[in-house]
Design a binder for this molecule. Structure first.
Ligand code: G1P
Ligand code: ZN
Length: 541
């Protein structure tokens, strides 16, 4: 099999963001573009000679082509074995699990997460390390440096491998092992959760609806929820992954999962609804007529995880991304647990999980997970909720009411301004940063600023420092706002504004109404409407 060494040169804009490299699919499809980045991964991590890697993706458009290219490039660079999901499929948490249980040296995951898929939509690639988690900041920087110095890439010239049949096939001197993408993951879930109790709950007439949004969790959810736990056939909807996610936007929030929201608020609503995203790491939880925000979900899971066998010994600590609401902090405080606030992006949880400082972690963007893998995990969160409901025998609404009665309610919302001009977004943020020192004490609408900072994080495990992670403004009286630019968008800039306000006694307000003073205060400080020309955010979650 001829080995080709192809001369190339650095391609501008291959700097990985919050979770790997994300671009329009057509950008990735340009000759040599994916190849350059894959070679930069190999170079950045010091080569892959003799290594075992895991490979798979969420099945979006170009997944099939990209997997073949990466296999040929892994063989050309001396990898010993690549474990690949059947048809090139692996959910992100299942990939993380496979890296761990197979003792692999790392893995490559193909996905643009919750972004739409298709020739005119988004594609992405990221490298995960031997612990199963996303490359750390340090490794990401080395991959980026390699992409700026690249001069050639190596690839085998050979025909494609058949990835539809399970088993081993040699590719040059490398072995390609095609595995069932679901099996190892489902086995892990059976270990963590009380399947017997959940089965009994479902037998008692409890109905659920899981919306896989035409994405990768379909096969996982059918196997686990319907086959192993006995949910009625058809409980998993939109269960067949499609390269363009059925033309939809596989992002599990009330905006994009509106069908599920409608079903859960309709006359024949099931008892429990859930959805996951393109690559299976996000989750949305909704009860009968009762949507649970991701920040509240994290707090509820932290308060009740001990009801599941995998967490019966209690939690070592909890962690949330800085913009995630402080609801979980209140649980941690009441239970005497450590609580960490990290920058946005799952990679920042890795060290805390590895060091045994945190067991559970989560982000406001519908990501929740634990130390069972090193990625957030959509179905895991769904199963932990079901386990809790099976033990408590309460509705989702009852669980929320009891939680707020015990800990108070942290009203929370995120406002996104999408595809704004990059220079407008950058100057908004830089002017805000310049104004930070003068902010404390300043009135802003009906509120006044208590503290204002550009969030920086020192990793308590390895001491690494991440700066400029978002502007955090605390107001007198306990409200808080965070402003940052997205690191995963592929068009212009996305400004994210995170808003929260704690209320210890009134739990039944509409969140947008409860947050109105915070929304007004942020606009007074940042001038969002006047600078962007947008009267309203594009997405409110
Ligand atoms: C977004 C979310 C963040 C999450 C990331 C990857 O990143 O906000 O919490 O970790 O997607 O799923 P952002 O676009 O805000 O940089
Ligand atoms: Zn995702």
């Amino acid at each position: 099999m001829p080995l080709r060494i192809i001369p190339t040169q650095p391609i501008a804009g291959q700097k990985p963001g919050t979770s790997g490299l994300r671009k329009k699919t057509r950008v990735f499809m340009q000759p040599g573009y994916l190849e350059n980045f894959v070679q930069s991964i190999w170079d950045g991590i010091g080569g892959i000679q003799g290594q075992t890697l895991v490979l798979g993706g969420d099945g979006r458009y170009f997944n099939d082509r990209a997997v073949q290219i990466i296999l040929k490039m892994a063989a050309a660079s001396g990898a010993a074995r690549v474990i690949v999901g059947q048809n090139g499929f692996l959910s992100t948490p299942a990939a993380s699990n496979l890296i761990r249980v197979r003792g692999a040296d790392g893995g490559v995951i193909l996905s643009a997460s919750h972004n739409p898929g298709g020739p005119d939509e988004d594609f992405g690639i990221k490298y995960n390390m031997a612990n199963g988690g996303p490359a750390t900041e340090g490794v990401t920087a080395k991959i980026h440096a390699a992409s700026e110095a690249i001069q050639q890439y190596r690839i085998l010239e050979t025909s494609d491998i058949d990835l539809s049949a399970l088993g081993e096939t040699p590719l040059g001197a490398m072995m390609v092992e095609v595995v069932d993408p679901v099996a190892a993951y489902a086995a892990l879930m059976e270990k963590l959760f009380d399947f017997k109790s959940i089965r009994a709950l479902l037998e008692s007439g409890f109905r659920l609806r899981f919306d896989a949004m035409h994405a990768i969790t379909g096969p996982y959810a059918v196997e686990i929820l319907e086959r192993r736990l006995g949910a009625a056939p058809g409980s998993v909807v939109n269960a067949v992954p499609s390269p363009d996610f059925g033309g939809g936007h596989p992002d599990p929030n009330p905006v994009w999962a509106h069908d599920l929201m409608a079903a859960m608020h309709g006359p024949d609503a099931p008892d429990f609804g859930a959805a996951s995203d393109g690559d299976g790491d996000r989750n949305m939880i909704v009860g009968k007529g009762c949507y649970v925000t991701p920040s509240d979900s994290l707090a509820v899971l932290a308060a009740n995880a001990h009801l599941a066998p995998g967490y019966a010994g209690g939690l070592k600590g909890v962690a949330r991304s800085m913009p995630t609401s402080c609801a979980v902090d209140r649980v941690a405080e009441a239970r005497g647990m450590a609580c960490y606030a990290t920058p946005t992006g799952w990679k920042f949880f890795g060290n805390l999980l590895d060091a045994g400082r945190a067991t559970l972690c989560g982000e406001e963007s519908a990501g929740t997970g634990s130390d069972h893998v090193r990625e957030k995990d959509g179905l895991w969160a769904v199963l932990l909720w079901l386990n809790i409901l099976a033990v408590k025998r309460q509705s989702v609404a009852q669980v929320m009411a009891e939680h707020w009665a015990e800990f108070g309610r942290t009203y929370y919302s995120r406002h996104d301004y999408e595809a704004i001009a990059t220079d407008v977004a950058n100057s908004l943020m830089s002017d805000l940063r310049t104004a930070l020192p003068g902010m404390p004490g300043r009135p802003a609408g009906a509120l006044s600023v208590d503290t204002a900072e550009d969030f920086a994080y020192t990793d308590p495990v390895d001491g690494s420092v991440a700066t400029a992670q978002g502007v955090q403004i605390r107001f007198h009286g306990g409200a808080r706002a965070v402003l940052r630019l997205s690191g995963t968008g592929t068009e212009g800039a996305t400004l994210r504004v995170y808003l929260e306000r704690f209320d210890g006694s009134d739990f039944l307000q509409d969140p947008q109404v409860a947050l109105a003073p915070v929304i007004a205060a942020v606009d007074a400080l940042a001038g969002i409407a006047s600078r962007t020309g947008r009267a309203e955010p594009d997405v409110i979650t």
